[in-house]
Design a protein around this ligand. Structure first.
Ligand code: SF4
Length: 426
């Protein structure tokens, strides 16, 4: 039995695609081993969103080649699209497979071991050709509903590496949900590059979600990450359904309107805050998390102060902060007034601190409430861990709970360890 190991960098979409590949290799008779274990095949699912991601992807490729000198190294993911020629010239890499053909890696590896000489580009592309993820991997599973993006934000390389926006047919998505629910999954994360732009026949995301929550079974749906444009004024309504998790990772990127304009984002700070306020009027404890880019070209002290103010005001319980990173081929790379790394680091630290304060405030505001926790782990001493519907990490003591079941609990106390979590009781 050949051994295969995986390393994933970057976003949740990449993680989903790796999980689907793991399932496919397993079904094809390969032994899936930990990344640290020597393997006959190592699949590296790369990311190229920042310079640091490129560097991490390169380091991982070198490490994999060192660890398995006789094994196959298969490199896929966004870096495989963005730096294809450079990677193909690297003799440590056996195959470079672009995102469109990622789902065909098992066939490619099978052909290799049968002694066939096949170029990855000879397979046809299918961005939705992934297998339903096997239940042994995680307690929650992702389902890809969309790929690509047409927004062309000026800093972003994603439209060039993931291509134009495409939406998966709704019936395929519903069938995929039916199968993962039958496989025992209780939480389904809806994922894609820009899922707010889901558009299949007469279905936008809102209408498609209405169909998803109508499906039978004891499960809940979480949205992975969304852009704040393309929102209908009544989008909050779908989150009032008991199968929808009241949490959105809504990417603001900046709290300064001039910077948002330079980024070519399709909203203003005010319209963003209108969404947040509108949701919280209807669902007062709704959890918002976000992404912020600090140090975009020309970001002045005043622009940054606006971002810090908005991040505080929106009470995001978590902020994923990125230092702006120049990407060749993007418009922002050609802008003047590029900022020094030191300024970016200082600004990133300010946002990190606000994010931590917000997280504690949000956690404290949730004390005394009940949550439905999906248990991810139970220790030998009977301590269960998991996430409630609002996506807060929770721990509680239990005599008989097991992994992958829902448990209703009461949130009692914040434990301010790093990272913090909430202590709960049944
Ligand atoms: S919305 Fe903007 S940031 Fe997001 S993937 Fe599309 S171009 Fe990139």
């Amino acid at each position: 039995m050949k051994k295969v190991s995986f390393k994933t960098l970057g976003c949740r979409l990449n993680q989903y695609e790796t999980d689907a590949l793991v399932t496919r290799f397993h079904q094809a008779g390969y032994q899936v081993v930990d990344y640290a274990t020597p393997a006959d095949i190592t699949v590296i699912n790369t990311c190229t969103v920042t310079k640091q991601s490129d560097q991490k992807s390169r380091n991982t490729i070198n490490q994999a080649a060192r660890k398995n000198p006789a094994g196959l190294v298969v490199v896929t993911g966004c870096m495989a699209n963005n730096h294809k020629e450079q990677l193909e010239a690297n003799e440590k890499i056996t195959y470079v497979v672009d995102n469109e053909r990622k789902s065909q890696i098992v066939s490619l590896v099978d052909a290799h071991f049968k002694g066939e000489v096949v170029h990855p580009d000879s397979y046809s592309g299918d961005v939705f050709g992934f297998e339903t993820v096997d239940k042994s991997l995680h307690t929650r599973t992702s389902i890809k509903v969309q790929d690509g993006c047409d927004n062309f934000c000026t800093y972003c390389i994603v439209p060039s590496v993931r291509g134009r926006a495409v939406s998966r047919p709704l019936e395929e998505i519903l069938e995929n949900i039916r199968r993962v629910v039958d496989n025992g999954f209780k939480e389904i994360v809806i994922t894609g590059v820009n899922i707010g732009r889901y558009d299949f026949e007469q279905y936008n995301l809102e209408r498609a979600l209405e169909k998803m929550v109508e499906l039978p079974g004891d499960f809940r749906i979480r949205i992975s990450s969304m852009e704040p444009d393309g929102f209908g004024p009544e989008f909050y309504k779908i989150f009032q359904h008991p199968k929808m998790a009241p949490h959105l990772h809504l990417c603001i990127q900046s709290g300064s309107d001039p910077i948002l304009k330079k980024m070519r984002r399709m909203y203003t700070t005010r319209s963003f805050m209108n969404i947040v306020e509108n949701f919280r009027k209807k669902i007062s404890d709704f959890n918002f998390t976000t992404d912020v880019i600090v140090g975009f070209p020309g970001e002045s002290e005043t622009d940054f102060a606006e971002t810090a103010r908005v991040v505080k005001e929106a009470l995001f319980s978590h902020v994923h902060t990125f230092r702006y990173s120049r990407r060749k081929g993007t418009r922002a790379d050609r802008l003047e007034e590029q900022l020094e790394e030191g300024i970016k680091a200082e600004r990133s630290e300010v946002i990190r601190q606000i994010s931590e304060e917000n997280r504690m405030l949000y956690m404290e505001s949730m004390l005394g409430k009940t949550q439905r926790v999906l248990i991810e782990k139970v220790s030998d001493k009977g301590m269960a861990q998991g996430y409630g519907e609002h996506y807060l990490p929770v721990q509680f003591s239990t005599a008989d709970s097991t992994k992958n079941v829902f448990q209703d609990i009461m949130l009692d106390k914040v434990n301010s360890s790093d990272p913090p979590f909430i202590i709960a009781s049944i």
